[in-house]
Design a protein around this ligand. Structure first.
Ligand code: SF4
Length: 316
């Protein structure tokens, strides 16, 4: 997708990325030609249903996909071609360059280590053992994990506290880009406001930090994002400023997503996404789209600019 013109060079540039995972004679394509840009100080929400390829795209950026995955296209971070780096160079980028906060806060933590110690350990790994303890405690205090909470083990923390601990671990090396995968997943809906406040606090604290939040939670995306990218069947089908997107989404899939929100009537989109190993000709959304034209089924729709948004649709 051609980039929206923002004037500032992108920190992260994802260009027509495809992820292929061969398995037992089959070929899975969780990401199919997705393109995105992200600038310093910007929060981009990547939204879409489960299986739309959002998490796989995030994992491709930090090169943490399963070993047999093949990535085509281009991923540039700070002008460097991520896909051409050797593993040592990539390891140096993870942490100080890009912090990745995975989904499933419980699984990503060491169950045998107290909360504050997990943050200290990240700093020590980064060669800052001398200041690790003090830094870790300061960061945890800013994220509301000071005192007794810091001395707890992961199983003693609530879902929201575990999420904050993971964010503390991600932020501790002062990365330029934070990728958070489903930060509200598994958190009681009444506590989502806490996660929203947390991300707003991070934004206020670190205005230069670029954030990519991967989420199926539209309420969360609306509360924290400057820009929204909608993924469907492995591709980005709409990209738009958040205010404009939530006021008037252009792509029929985006309209369906918003229509499924409680305030818009809880109307789910009929049908299902194509299987991840399916060959897709034309528009992947065509079988579910009420506006589909005959040509939608045979040729991939062009991606065009509409009133500040980029939309991959023949009838936006
Ligand atoms: S390209 Fe055609 S089928 Fe696809 S979303 Fe647009 S109108 Fe619907």
């Amino acid at each position: 997708m051609p980039p929206l013109d923002h004037g500032t060079p992108p920190l992260l540039d994802i260009d027509a990325v495809t992820v292929r995972i061969p398995d037992a004679g089959r070929s899975f394509l969780p990401v199919r030609g997705a393109s995105l840009e992200l600038r310093p100080g910007e929060t981009l929400a990547v939204i879409g249903e489960s299986g739309s390829g959002k998490s796989m795209l995030g994992l491709a950026v930090v090169r943490l996909l399963p070993g047999r995955a093949e990535v085509a296209g281009g991923i540039r971070f700070g002008g460097r071609d991520i896909l051409s780096l050797d593993e040592d160079e990539m390891a140096a980028i993870r942490g100080r360059g890009i912090a990745f906060v995975p989904q499933g806060a419980g699984l990503a933590l060491n169950p045998c280590m107290r909360a504050v110690r997990q943050v200290e350990e990240v700093l020590e790994r980064d060669g800052e053992a001398g200041t690790a303890r003090q830094e870790a405690r300061l960061l945890m205090a800013r994220l509301g994990l000071e005192g007794a909470a810091g001395r707890m083990y992961p199983h003693q923390l609530s879902g929201g506290m575990r999420q904050r601990l993971l964010l503390a671990m991600g932020l501790t090396c002062r990365p330029r880009l934070l990728i958070a995968d489903e930060p509200t997943k598994g958190i009681d809906s009444r506590r989502v406001e806490d996660v929203i406040a947390l991300f707003r606090g991070i934004r206020a604290d670190r205005p230069e930090l670029a954030m990519m939040v991967i989420t199926h939670d539209l309420r969360f995306a609306r509360a924290v994002a400057d820009r929204v990218a909608v993924m469907y069947a492995g591709d980005v089908v709409e990209e738009a400023p958040a205010g404009r997107f939530f006021a008037a989404p252009r792509h029929p899939y985006s309209q369906g997503l918003l229509g499924a929100m409680p305030e818009f009537g809880l109307n789910p989109i009929p049908g299902a996404s194509p299987p991840v190993d399916a060959l897709v000709e034309g528009c992947a959304f065509a079988p579910r789209c009420r506006s589909a034209l005959p040509e939608c089924r045979t040729a991939r729709p062009p991606r065009v600019a509409h009133d500040g948004a980029l939309v991959a649709c023949r009838r936006p």
